[in-house]
Design a protein around this ligand. Structure first.
Ligand SMILES: [Zn+2]
Length: 352
């Protein structure tokens, strides 16, 4: 029996691998994994092959999504130095712009100041700019938010110095927000040493002091939890050049509910971090008659079997958690129950 009902959760940072990486994940398996994690709206990242940097590729990707998705999906446009002039034409197709200032999976990157300034000048003010910024790149993002007086969202903040800088900037009233991932809250560099490529992602796992700093800012500076669900096949992870990234859609809520059970977080704050605030920051449409039914008492071990994600493995396998999604209702229709997706294909909406 469910003993907790949550609103439909939001994940503003997923990699659904369409186009070009469909052997790792696709719109159907990625949105099925979202529902299994109690997530009914996801925003998909643009570092695909080819990347989501032109109106044509965005139009085509939206059509592919509409035929396959089980929950609501919005896309990010990617900032590419060769396509800056066309940024305003991308905006109607997406929820936000993503700028990569640091190395990650794929070639999308903006490394020079003139291009960064052009992004801030060209991108419509009605839509958010999100940044992959690590270390001193966070200061660059804060500087741009201040100079152009517009909101900037920092993805997957993972280090003590970064969260402290963001806290200082917020105290000055700058219009910035940030997310953290469950893997940066629940794993450290010791897990990276233990798991090797299976716990390699960008930003890399950090020290215990970094992890403790993130927990210390969870009630204050941190605006939302995002998974950075970035699936790769086991064969790719075991290859001589393993790509960075781990799956996260199905484990995010159980991990955060475990923190609630252990009194490291209260339930009201979990709902703010995983539903209310990401929806507000990215101006996502509401989903009427939508809810997630949870057994918040059940204790079990996370496993690689029975996952909806196509990659079929999790860096959290073997961890004991408390809390499991039982049923998901999206717009008054049951879409997930007892480990199975019950939605019709294409049931989700592409937003906006
Ligand atoms: Zn990412």
């Amino acid at each position: 029996m469910p003993n907790l009902t949550l609103p439909g959760l939001v994940d503003v940072h997923t990699h659904l691998r369409v186009p070009g990486g469909e052997h790792k994940e696709d719109f159907a398996t990625g949105t099925a994994a979202a529902l299994a994690g109690g997530i009914t709206t996801i925003l998909a990242m643009p570092n695909t092959t080819p990347p989501l940097t032109t109106p044509d590729i965005l139009r085509e990707t939206r059509q592919k999504a509409q035929r396959a998705i089980y929950c609501d999906v919005g896309l990010f446009a990617g900032a590419s130095p060769t396509e800056i002039e066309r940024l305003p034409q991308l905006a109607p197709h997406v929820m936000a712009l993503k700028i990569y200032l640091n190395d990650t999976f794929g070639p999308l990157r903006v490394e020079d100041l003139p291009t960064l300034m052009a992004c801030f000048q060209m991108w419509p003010r009605t839509k958010l700019i999100a940044m992959h910024a690590e270390g001193q790149s966070v200061a660059v993002g804060i500087g741009l938010a201040a100079a152009y007086q517009r909101p900037v969202h920092f993805c997957h903040i993972s280090r003590k110095v970064e969260i402290e800088l963001i806290a200082a900037a917020k105290r000055r009233g700058l219009p910035i927000t940030c997310e953290v991932t469950p893997h940066h809250l629940f794993l450290t560099e010791a897990d990276a040493a233990r798991l090797g490529p299976l716990a390699d992602m960008r930003p890399k796992l950090a020290t215990l002091a970094d992890v403790e700093a993130l927990w210390g800012h969870l009630e204050t500076t941190i605006d939302c939890i995002a998974t950075d669900h970035a699936p790769h096949t086991l064969a790719e992870k075991q290859s001589p050049h393993p790509p960075p990234g781990v799956a996260g859609l199905e484990t995010s809520l159980p991990l955060m509910l475990t923190a609630v059970a252990e009194k490291r977080l209260n339930l009201e704050r979990l709902i703010e971090l995983m539903a209310t605030q990401p929806r507000r920051i990215f101006k996502l449409p509401t989903q009427p008659e939508t809810q997630v039914e949870v057994d918040r008492q059940v204790r079990y071990t996370l496993s690689n079997t029975g996952l909806q994600t196509k990659c079929g493995w999790s860096p959290f396998a073997g961890m004991m958690v408390t809390g499991r999604v039982q049923r998901v209702i999206l717009r008054a229709v049951e879409v997930y129950a007892d480990g199975q997706v019950t939605a019709k294909v294409g049931n989700g909406k592409v937003i906006p």
